[in-house]
Design a protein around this ligand. Structure first.
Ligand code: FES
Ligand code: FES
Length: 79
């Protein structure tokens, strides 16, 4: 059985991000959602790199079931 991520929230994190590199939490265990805080530990999950070239508004997936990780694709509405 593949490991299931924890559903941190069934709503995306809508944020304005400055240019830079961010690490999105794919496991749902981080206390610093939607970003990785290292809590994935020994699970099979790893954070996903998100590179932002210019300031923009994003909706990052908090349910961890998006097919377009790290971005919300609406999958949270079917959980
Ligand atoms: Fe979730 Fe790191 S804490 S991927
Ligand atoms: Fe995960 Fe929207 S919050 S798909």
């Amino acid at each position: 059985m593949p490991e299931e991520p924890v559903i941190a929230s069934k709503a995306p994190a809508v944020l304005k991000l400055e240019p830079g590199v961010y690490w999105w939490c794919s496991c749902g265990r981080s206390k610093d959602q939607p970003f990785c805080d290292g809590s994935h530990g020994t699970t099979g999950f790893r954070p996903q790199k998100v590179e932002i070239a210019e300031e923009k508004n994003v909706a990052l997936c908090n349910c961890k079931h998006s097919k377009t990780q790290a971005f919300c694709d609406g999958s949270h509405s079917r959980l």
